[in-house]
Design a protein around this ligand. Sequence first.
Ligand SMILES: Nc1nc2c(ncn2[C@@H]2O[C@H](COP(=O)(O)OP(=O)(O)OP(=O)(O)O)[C@@H](O)[C@H]2O)c(=O)[nH]1
Ligand SMILES: [Mg+2]
Length: 496
Amino acid sequence: MFDSLQTSLRSAFKTLTGKGRLTESNMRDGLKLVEQSLLEADVSISVIRDFMDSVTQKALGEKVLLSLKPHEQLVGIVNQELINLLGPVDHSIPLRQGATTVIMMCGLQGSGKTTTCGKLAKLLLQEKIKPMLVAADLQRPAAIQQLRVLGDSLGVPVYWEEGQQDPVKVCRDAVAKATAEGYQIVILDTAGRLAIDEDLMQQLRDIDSQVQPQQVLLVVDGMTGQDAVNSAAAFHEALELDGVILTKLDGDARGGALLSVKHVTGVPIKFIGTGENMEALEPFHPEGMAGRILGLGDIVGLAREAQLLMDQDEQEKLRQQMEKGQMTLEDFRNHIQKIAKPGLLQKMIMMMPGVPAELRDGLKQMTGSPEAAKAIKRQVGLIDSMTPEERRNPKIIDSPRRQRIARGAGAASNEVSELVKQFESMKGMMSMMAGGGDMADKQAALREMQQQMLDPSARMPKSKGTTGKRLSPKEREKLKKERERKLKQKRKEGRG
Ligand SMILES: Nc1nc2c(ncn2[C@@H]2O[C@H](COP(=O)(O)OP(=O)(O)OP(=O)(O)O)[C@@H](O)[C@H]2O)c(=O)[nH]1
Ligand SMILES: [Mg+2]
């Protein structure tokens, strides 16, 4: 998400780090680079102007220039201004008491309206609200079928009329039926066009005036830049939007649409779409998003993802297991299997606060690669090939057992020992993280865990790569020194 924007902002802040003394002039240089980053992300010019005005005003204040950590101050200012630009928080869908609430989705062709209808229905179901979907896109021949398939997969009813030409009639009939049958929410999936045209706008205005939806939501393709904003303004003028949903923020969206749309339309961003699957719709949090753009982390988003993965009981159980160091290979398998969904681990790393930028990039690459997914699958395969007893107590796995397990999973027997070793060290570190002990210990443990995840030689089975040749005494001595040096440094960092 916004990789290039993140990178260029980071280098903008970096220009201020090594500076002995900060002056107005080098602060201005840093600000120029911030502005450049926004231009490259295709943020609307008027937005950039306003944004830079307020950032500059604050950044050139005496307190910032005289502070000891000017670059951190600048990050703080940009963070706050991003929050102002994206906010306020409003992902409410106000429900009408005792009546059906109608939501109308609109937007350009291919922006993600139909998909988002499904995602929203799924989100409502999770909140125990009964939605009905309405196929009001009579423009594209396959549109009705697309929505029906989606509704089927979610177990949500879809209203449609065979051979009907008039979308207004479909919507009116659907709302009447939904009201009669006690559905709380009706979601209208309307037609899209390649560009704004009068026909489309008139059709939407007709639905708007005759069906009178309580919420009109604009779906905007987050991969687009300021173009999206011009069309958003046109939709807003025609329909008086209540909110915006930005889709496709999982890809290499540059950030232009996201950063411009609220400022230009003045309506809140309600949700963001972060994937093609039906779970990939998140309530929008300006703080979290600003944090993700700047690589500062998004605690709320992370907590939500974790909650979607396991329920409260499971979380508590995991915490207790971690604290007591009682996790079994069986638990380990269940956890890694849950986070092995494509892209999920990567997304969660992006939301994690306090991970240094360099480490974040490394982790992101590692967990996003197809090899990472394959490695997890292999590990799950190995664990599946063990007996329940072996999973509970991996210590009993001796050479014959190792060979049997490996055969069962179509792997080499050293992969079994690697897995067990990795699991044991993870377990130790996790119990340290979860349990008491002081912060310095925890940080050191976390660093070690990260190191281990990053160092491919520590995680990958050392099979074909090495020659198996023994090291010479000289080489061994060198390695030993290196280890001691690292250990010393780690201790020093742990204390600091
Ligand atoms: N990666 C990603 N893809 C998305 C997201 N939302 C939608 N898509 C994809 O975008 C494409 C278009 O989505 P639709 O929901 O059919 O778009 P639409 O606005 O209904 O399109 P029309 O009905 O033709 O106007 C599909 O391939 C979706 O899977 C998202 O958040 N992330
Ligand atoms: Mg559609």
